[in-house]
Ligand binder design. Structure first.
Ligand SMILES: CC(=O)SCCNC(=O)CCNC(=O)[C@H](O)C(C)(C)COP(=O)(O)OP(=O)(O)OC[C@H]1O[C@@H](n2cnc3c(N)ncnc32)[C@H](O)[C@@H]1OP(=O)(O)O
Ligand SMILES: O=C([O-])CC(=O)C(=O)O
Length: 380
């Protein structure tokens, strides 16, 4: 066996393979710190719980991109730029309209982002200024794409944006044609803040790999969307709701789980590559879910949530991740289950773009090695 480059492996020992890069530190980042020992998550040094309690999503986006929270003037400038770019681009709408309503919404978002990139004359400009401008544009455009796609599936017309609303209220307005109760808007804002950034997760790493070849920001984001779609990553928030639908009633949670575990199924919304004693974001999102349960009078959903979590702790001692409370929260807000992972995209675009810019500041082509275990050299 040999590694697949011209540099020979040390002859005495086979190189260690870390499947899934588990435990491998591949670079530095100043954007966020995930600490499984203290069960904490910091964005640029600030605990995510404090940001979720006190900041708008726009402020958090600014923090991730610039490293500091905005002054009132800087925030006003970001809000002006974001609000002025909220309307769905007609070119993008035309492409969405050409796609079947059976397409998965993540495929629609991925396609829409490709179209936005192909139409942008500055795509090849990878300067920080240009990439920041693109990041703000994507922050503003993704809600239009996600909201319109859900509406067209329901046979509803596009709702134009309102520039008198903040990001979260406008997103809900464009999706549902009205602004829901303040507790609902707030729960949505909290979810956006919590989903925004999580160090070298699979989709962010994908974006950094693509960026490391000196490809453009849109290409990196499109690749990241593809990585996020999978149910082992962002697709889990959608999958959690399918599990809830499958179980149906809290009284069946334990028997459903036993059967699923006997079939060696992975239980969606549980477990994490980094956190092994619970996800730092879950208590905050669970509190937001609780406000929605109270608002909509859905104790049945809360009961199912609690019983499945308790059974999973009892059977496997595996804790929920952020997708577990987010799935039912988005359901209560009125989103279609298929729209849940695109909501994750809408938030994570901030973290992805921050990482793309950080990667470019200190770039090295990302290209690991592999251990060849195919046939020995042979000849025709
Ligand atoms: C926002 C996010 O992206 S968070 C992640 C969202 N993804 C999910 O919720 C999907 C369900 N969870 C999983 O599949 C996993 O926990 C992952 C992929 C998130 C993390 O996986 P890894 O770090 O690779 O852990 P791994 O899969 O090796 O699990 C370790 C053990 O716990 C078990 N395990 C971990 N998660 C689960 C789960 N959700 N259901 C059942 N068993 C699980 C594994 O079967 C394995 O058991 P074994 O040692 O007996 O084989
Ligand atoms: O960090 C991870 O592997 C997955 C995750 O929780 C995230 O991306 O938010």
């Amino acid at each position: 066996m040999s590694t697949d480059t011209q540099t020979p492996a040390p002859s005495s020992a086979e190189p260690e393979i870390r499947k899934g890069l588990a435990g491998v530190v591949v670079d530095r980042t100043a954007i966020s710190k995930v600490n499984p020992d203290t069960n904490s998550l910091l964005y640029r040094g600030y605990p995510v719980q404090e940001l979720a309690a006190r900041c708008s999503f726009e402020e958090v986006a600014y923090l991730l991109w610039h490293g500091e929270l905005p002054t009132p003037e800087q925030l006003a400038e970001l809000e002006r730029a974001e609000r002025s770019q909220r309307a769905l681009d007609p070119n993008v709408k035309a492409v969405i309209d050409s796609l079947p309503t059976t397409a998965h919404p993540m495929d629609v978002v991925r396609t829409a982002l490709s179209v936005i990139g192909a139409n942008d004359p500055t795509t090849e400009d990878s300067s920080r200024g240009s990439n920041l401008a693109k990041s703000v544009r994507l922050l503003a455009q993704i809600p239009a794409v996600v909201a319109y796609d859900q509406r067209r599936r329901r046979g509803e017309d596009l709702v134009p944006p309102r520039d008198d609303l903040d990001y979260s209220a406008n997103f809900l307005h464009m999706t549902f044609g009205e602004v829901p109760a303040p507790v609902v808007v707030d729960a949505f804002r909290v979810s956006m803040v919590l989903y925004a950034e999580h160090s070298f997760n699979a989709s962010t790493f994908t974006a950094r790999v693509i960026t490391s070849t000196l490809s453009d920001l849109y290409s990196a984001v499109v690749g990241a969307v593809g990585a996020l779609k999978g149910p082992l990553h962002g697709g889990a928030n959608e999958a959690v709701m399918h599990v809830f639908d499958e179980i149906g009633d809290a009284s069946k949670a334990e028997s459903w789980l036993d059967q699923a575990l006997a079939e060696k199924r992975k239980i969606m919304g549980f477990g994490h590559r980094v956190y092994k004693h619970g996800d730092s974001r879950v208590p905050t999102m669970k509190a937001a879910l609780d406000t929605l349960v109270a608002e909509y009078g859905r104790k049945d959903l809360a009961d199912l949530y609690d019983r499945l979590e308790a059974a999973m702790t009892d059977r496997k001692n595996i804790q929920p991740n952020l997708d577990y409370p987010s799935g039912p929260a988005y359901h209560l807000m009125g989103f279609d289950t298929l729209t849940f992972t695109p909501l994750f995209v809408a938030s994570r675009i901030t973290g992805w773009t921050a990482h793309i810019m950080e990667q470019l500041e200190s770039n090295a082509l990302i290209r690991p090695l592999s251990l060849y275990d195919g046939p020995d050299e042979r000849h025709l």
